[in-house]
Design a protein around this ligand. Structure first.
Ligand SMILES: Cc1cc2nc3c(=O)[nH]c(=O)nc-3n(C[C@H](O)[C@H](O)[C@H](O)COP(=O)(O)OP(=O)(O)OC[C@H]3O[C@@H](n4cnc5c(N)ncnc54)[C@H](O)[C@@H]3O)c2cc1C
Length: 376
C-alpha cells in the first residue's frame, strides 16, 4: 500500500534574502502554502550587496566543509539547468597573500580535505587564470579550479519568479516583523508572525531568515542567539573591459566579474571608514570606492580604468561562533532559524535542507552540527 502524502503545511517565512527565498521555493515545491514577509524589498539585505564567492576552501571543520561542498553542488546543478545565465559561473578562484606560508598552509589544508587546490608559479598564472597581471603576484599563488561566484540579486529574482509562479504570497515593506507564539498541550510554540503595522498571519511553521536581523527577531521571542554580524561593503564598477573570469582573493581586494561587464569588489581594510549612524543609515568615506577600484585596476592585466558605479554598505550576517545556525529551535518549536555568514555558498542547500525538515517532520542529520542548541 502506498503511503498517503503529507498534508501541505502552511509556512510563514520571514526575510526576503537568498535564504528566505530559497527555503520558500523548496517549501512550495514540496506542496506547502507559503507566505514570505520581508521588511523592505526582497534583496534589500546582505543578498543585495554580497561578493558571493562560492567556495569551501577556508580550512573549515569537516561538517561545515561538507555542507559548503553540497552548497556548491546545488549551484552546479542550477547552472546545468540554466546554461545561458550570466549571473552564475564556475571559472575558479585565485588566492594570494603577502605571507607565503599562509598560502602554503591554506593549500595543504585544502589538499587534506580533497579540495581541488593547485600551487601555481607566478609565470603560469595567465595560462590558468586570464585577466590578472602576473607582475603583481608573489612567486607562488593558490588556484582553486572548482570555485565560482553568483550574483545574489539575480538569483533572488530568479527564485522570486518561481515563488510567484508556484502560488506563494509575498509581502514586501512589512517593516520589522516578529514571530507570534501560542501555547498548546505541549507548551509554547511559534504560531505565525506579526508585521510592524500589526497584521497577524497564522502558520503551522515559521522560518526566520532575517540575515543580520535574525538575532533581534529571536530575542523578541525570548531566544538569545550569539551574534557577530559585522559591517561590510560591496562596490560595483561601471562596465569595463577586464578579461577576468575567476574570483580573486588578494591582500587588499576580493574581486569577481559581475553581469553587464562590471566588477564586484570588497575588502576589509576600509571598514573603519564605513560607519553606521544612529538612524541605521551608513556614512562612507567617499575616497574608499575609488581606492578600491584603483586596487582592482592594479591587479588586472592591462590595468584598465575601473570606475566605481555604486557602493553598498551594510551588515554581513555572522553567527557568534562563525558557523551556520540552521534548524528548528528547541526553545521555540515550530520556528526554524536560518542564519549564516556564508549565505551565498549555502543559499540553495540550506533552503533545501530546512524546507525538507519542515515538510517531512524529520530532522536532517547534515544539519545536526549547526543547530542553535550548541550555544546552550
Ligand atoms: C560584502 C559581503 C560579501 C560577502 N561575501 C560572501 C562570499 O564571498 N561568499 C558567501 O558565501 N557569502 C558572502 N556573504 C554573505 C552572504 O551574502 C549572506 O550570508 C547572505 O546574503 C545572507 O542572506 P540572508 O537571506 O540570510 O539575509 P539577507 O540577504 O540580509 O536577507 C534578510 C532579509 O530579512 C529582512 N529582515 C530583517 N529583519 C527583519 C524583520 N524583523 N522582519 C522582516 N524582515 C526582516 C531584511 O530586510 C533582509 O531583506 C557576503 C556578504 C556581504 C555583505
Amino acid at each position: 500500500m502506498s503511503q498517503a502524502p503529507l498534508p501541505p503545511a502552511s509556512v510563514a517565512v520571514l526575510g526576503g534574502g537568498v535564504l528566505g527565498l530559497s527555503t520558500a521555493v523548496q517549501l512550495l515545491r514540496g506542496g506547502a502554502d507559503v507566505l514570505l514577509v520581508t521588511e523592505a524589498e526582497v534583496d534589500s539585505g546582505a543578498s543585495g550587496r554580497s561578493l558571493s564567492w562560492l567556495n569551501a576552501g577556508g580550512g573549515y571543520g569537516e561538517d561545515y566543509y561538507r555542507l559548503r561542498m553540497s552548497g556548491i553542488d546545488r549551484y552546479r546543478t542550477l547552472l546545468a539547468q540554466h546554461p545561458g545565465i550570466d549571473w552564475l559561473a564556475f571559472d575558479g578562484g585565485l588566492y594570494w597573500d603577502d605571507d607565503p606560508f599562509t598560502v602554503v598552509e591554506r593549500h595543504n589544508a585544502q589538499s587534506r580535505q580533497g579540495y581541488d587546490a593547485r600551487m601555481l608559479e607566478r609565470e603560469d598564472v595567465p595560462g590558468f587564470v586570464p585577466g590578472v597581471d602576473p607582475g603583481v603576484l608573489p612567486h607562488r599563488v593558490l588556484a582553486n579550479p572548482g570555485e565560482g561566484w553568483v550574483s545574489l540579486p539575480h538569483l533572488v529574482r530568479h527564485l522570486a519568479e518561481e515563488f510567484t509562479l508556484r502560488g506563494g504570497t509575498l509581502i514586501e515593506h512589512a517593516g520589522l516583523c516578529t514571530v507570534t507564539r501560542g501555547a498548546d498541550d505541549d507548551g509554547v510554540r511559534a504560531r505565525g508572525l506579526r508585521t510592524a503595522g500589526g497584521e497577524e498571519y497564522a502558520a503551522d511553521a515559521v522560518v526566520v531568515a532575517c540575515g543580520a536581523g535574525t538575532p533581534a527577531v529571536l530575542a523578541a521571542a525570548g531566544i538569545d542567539l550569539p551574534d557577530a554580524s559585522d559591517p561590510a561593503m560591496l562596490v560595483i564598477s561601471e562596465p569595463v573591459e577586464h578579461g577576468l573570469r575567476a574570483v580573486l582573493n588578494t591582500p587588499r581586494i576580493s574581486l569577481r566579474p559581475h553581469p553587464g561587464g562590471r566588477l564586484a569588489m570588497d575588502s576589509t581594510w576600509y571598514l573603519d571608514r564605513v560607519q553606521r549612524r544612529g538612524d541605521g543609515g551608513w556614512d562612507v568615506d567617499p575616497e574608499v570606492p575609488a581606492e578600491l577600484a584603483a586596487e582592482a585596476s592594479r591587479v588586472l592585466a592591462g590595468h584598465p580604468e575601473v570606475v566605481p558605479q555604486s557602493w553598498h554598505p551594510g551588515l554581513k550576517p555572522v553567527p557568534g561562533d562563525g558557523e551556520p545556525v540552521l534548524g528548528e529551535l528547541d526553545a521555540l518549536p515550530g520556528c526554524w532559524a536560518v542564519f549564516t555568514h556564508s549565505g551565498a555558498t549555502l543559499g540553495l542547500i540550506a533552503g533545501e535542507l530546512v524546507a525538507g525538515e519542515i515538510l517531512t517532520g524529520r530532522r536532517h542529520p547534515v544539519l545536526d552540527p549547526f543547530r542553535a542548541e550548541r550555544f546552550r
